[in-house]
Design a protein around this ligand. Structure first.
Ligand code: SF4
Length: 382
């Protein structure tokens, strides 16, 4: 469920997100929530009509934007509507994305009462200069205060998002940030390399030669040190960018990487359900208008054939350390990966970028550094 509002736009961000001040503050957010509730109802009816209504959902992920900007009342309304509209398993993972510096103690208590059991924190860095340069609204002391407030309310399942390869950052600075993060003992850490996305303020600075990011060699050194350091502390490097202590892998994200079905609600949300992918409109106005007129707010749609589905499942599964089980793939789709992808698999095996281990196809250490190239071998227009 997508909440596309932030206090302000970060200069590197190409997500669909709107500064709250530009949507008329709370009034704009309330208009959006009304539309979101309409979409929940419309999507429920659509699933029933198509005969695609699931037995139960295993996860609810409230992401953004900055969903922690919602008041307890707004969030309660959304969660109650969604829980009364769709069935969830008793042990469902319910995650809320939180930006440090945007919470109050009473809201945190309300989140617990709502059944939220996992919080993903947009920490990004433990360097105040870097945070300011990234345009973040928080400082390092806010991270410490937020973690303290969350833990005292009883939250244990915390995940930190961190960024490396930042402008002017060297290996020592990244090591310092990651050490401070690990010192707080979050059971899950995601480490993302900064990418300069077209259309962002950073892209303009980069084109003008005013933004210097670490070289490829420096970025690789950061990646390698991260793996060594976090696995040394007992974290499992279970996905390209993700590390977890035992029992704390993100159940929600594993749904994406295993190419299972998921339903995205809200502006710009993506879904994959019944072999079809679709994306909602990115315009807040169009989103509300479509729903008010009784239409689902889909803007793009694509139905994948079997080859497309198998290729995507391999491509996404290669992100996982365990890789893709070829037997499971055959059981799920009724065809063998070898039948379709033998030349590609043989070539990648020869190049030492993938390996076969216990019936799973997975990236080697070298393949991990060239993951995008390896994955693209399984992209084929369907
Ligand atoms: S807080 Fe996140 S979603 Fe919002 S502008 Fe910054 S990076 Fe983008």
């Amino acid at each position: 469920m997508h909440i596309p509002f932030c206090l302000r736009k970060c200069p590197y961000c190409d997500f669909v997100s709107y500064p709250v001040a530009k949507v008329d503050g709370n009034a704009g957010v309330n208009t959006y929530i009304d539309a979101l509730i309409q979409e929940i109802g419309a999507r429920r009816r659509w699933l029933e009509t198509e005969g695609l209504f699931p037995d139960a959902f295993h996860s609810l992920y409230i992401g953004g934007g900055t969903p922690s900007l919602l008041t307890a009342k707004q969030l309660t309304m959304l969660v109650e509507v969604i829980k009364s509209s769709f069935p969830f398993t008793r042990e469902a993972e319910v995650t809320l994305e939180v930006n440090p510096g945007t919470i109050t103690q009473s809201e945190v208590v309300a989140w617990r009462e709502l059944g939220i059991n996992r919080l993903s924190l947009g920490v990004q860095s433990f360097d105040d200069h870097m945070l300011a340069y990234l345009g973040r609204v928080h400082a390092v002391r806010d991270v410490y205060q937020t973690v303290k407030a969350l833990r005292s309310a009883g939250f244990t399942n915390l995940s930190f998002d961190l960024m490396f390869g930042l402008p002017g950052q060297n290996l020592g600075q990244w090591q310092d940030s990651l050490r401070q993060a690990a010192h707080l003992e979050p059971p899950h850490i995601s480490c993302y390399e900064l990418t300069i996305e077209p259309g962002t303020a950073y892209a303009i600075l980069y084109e003008e030669g005013k933004l210097e990011v670490p070289s490829e060699e420096e970025a690789i050194a950061m990646l390698e040190w991260t793996d060594q350091y976090l696995t040394g502390l007992g974290y499992d490097h279970y996905e390209i960018s993700n590390y977890a202590l035992p029992r704390f892998k993100s159940r929600h994200n594993q749904i994406y990487w295993q190419n299972r079905w998921y339903l995205g609600l809200g502006v710009a949300a993506y879904s994959y359900w019944g072999g079809r992918r679709w994306g909602n409109t990115t315009s807040l106005v169009e989103y509300s208008q479509s729903l008010a007129a009784g239409r689902l707010p889909e803007a793009t749609t694509e139905t994948l054939d079997l080859v497309g589905q198998v290729g995507e499942t391999i491509m996404l599964g290669l992100r996982l350390a365990e890789g893709v089980s070829l037997a499971e793939l055959r059981a799920r789709f009724g065809i063998s990966a070898w039948e379709i992808w033998e030349p590609e698999i043989q070539r990648l095996l020869r190049q030492g970028l993938v390996e076969l281990a216990q019936g799973c196809l997975r990236l080697t250490a070298q393949g991990l550094l060239l993951a995008n190239r390896v994955q693209s071998a399984f992209l084929r227009s369907s």
